[in-house]
Design a protein around this ligand. Structure first.
Ligand code: SAM
Length: 266
């Protein structure tokens, strides 16, 4: 355990070292003894250990074998369950087989931040909340509002499933090695299911991808294979707008309109 670990770039390893920041993050998470919690990428344990002090049990998912060996050496399986492998392929649903909702936390590897957020979005119905550290620029896109530069596919697809809040920023000096960019802590809480639901979520994803594929083009252009002029008129949407002007509820209305039209008459 005394040997230095050489940080691996390919696993996005920037380890938290600032004790005050670590304390602030743990306070933001507010772990309670009986929580069902999983940490993605425990690394050298900067967050893992203070979390374990407050929890009866913690799950972690880690890909780096050297770090897994260290964790195994340091902690008993009674307190810490180590899932070895890629968080992008991990079945988070397997941790909530008994129905207790899951809390997900982590200082996420920045090189896989978007795919991991999309992977986790699939478990929204099993999750109580998620608290992550990510690049500030990614967090700004997650919480971005219509009409702003940050607003795009990531904003719509995550805001469709979660209420999200940027909590505070963390400077590069809080990590070893220091990353080149600012980081932020974001809290994600699943939205109530009944609120604004797309009957076909794959179709919603397709529409959002098309609308933001060419940001400078109008909806008339980007959605031409999906919605015609009478369709825009029926929905009361100006086809001369760009996708970035539409809020999440409007994207859902478009998806449900197209799904209804495509459905065979009963
Ligand atoms: N939690 C530690 C901390 O705050 O100091 C480490 C954070 S570091 C930014 C990201 C961690 O995620 C590393 O431990 C890295 O090995 C791990 N990791 C990278 N890619 C992963 C993946 N696909 N699945 C699981 N863990 C991964």
């Amino acid at each position: 355990m005394t040997e230095q670990h050489q940080a691996r770039k390919r696993f996005g390893q920037n380890f938290l070292s600032d004790k005050n920041i670590i304390y602030k993050i743990i306070e933001a998470i507010r772990p309670a003894a009986g929580d069902r919690m999983v940490e993605i990428g425990p690394g050298l344990g900067a967050m893992t250990e203070p979390l374990m002090e407050r929890l009866d049990h913690l799950h972690v998912v880690e890909i780096d074998r050297d770090l897994i060996a260290r964790l195994k050496e340091a902690h008993s399986p009674d307190q810490l369950t180590i899932h070895e492998g890629d968080a992008l392929k991990f079945d988070f649903g397997s941790l909530v087989a008994d129905g207790a909702p899951l809390r997900v936390v982590g200082n996420l590897p920045y090189n896989i931040s978007t795919p991991i957020l999309f992977h986790l979005a699939d478990y929204a119905d099993k999750v109580k909340d998620m608290t992550f550290m990510l690049q500030k620029e990614v967090v700004m896109r997650m919480v971005g509002e219509p009409g702003t530069e940050e607003y795009g596919r990531l904003s719509v697809m995550l805001q469709y499933r979660f209420n999200m809040r940027r909590m505070f920023d963390v400077p590069p000096g809080a990590f070893r090695p220091a990353p080149k960019v600012m980081s932020s802590i974001v809290r994600m809480v699943p939205r109530p299911v009944a609120e604004c639901t797309a009957s076909d979520e794959a179709l919603l994803g397709k529409i959002v991808t098309a609308a933001f594929g060419q940001r400078r083009k109008t909806l008339r252009n980007t959605l031409k294979d999906l919605l015609d002029e009478p369709g825009f008129a029926a929905l009361g949407i100006d086809p001369g707008l760009r996708g970035e002007r539409l809020d999440v509820a409007t994207f859902v209305r478009i998806a449900n309109h197209i799904a209804r039209r495509a459905a065979p008459a009963a």
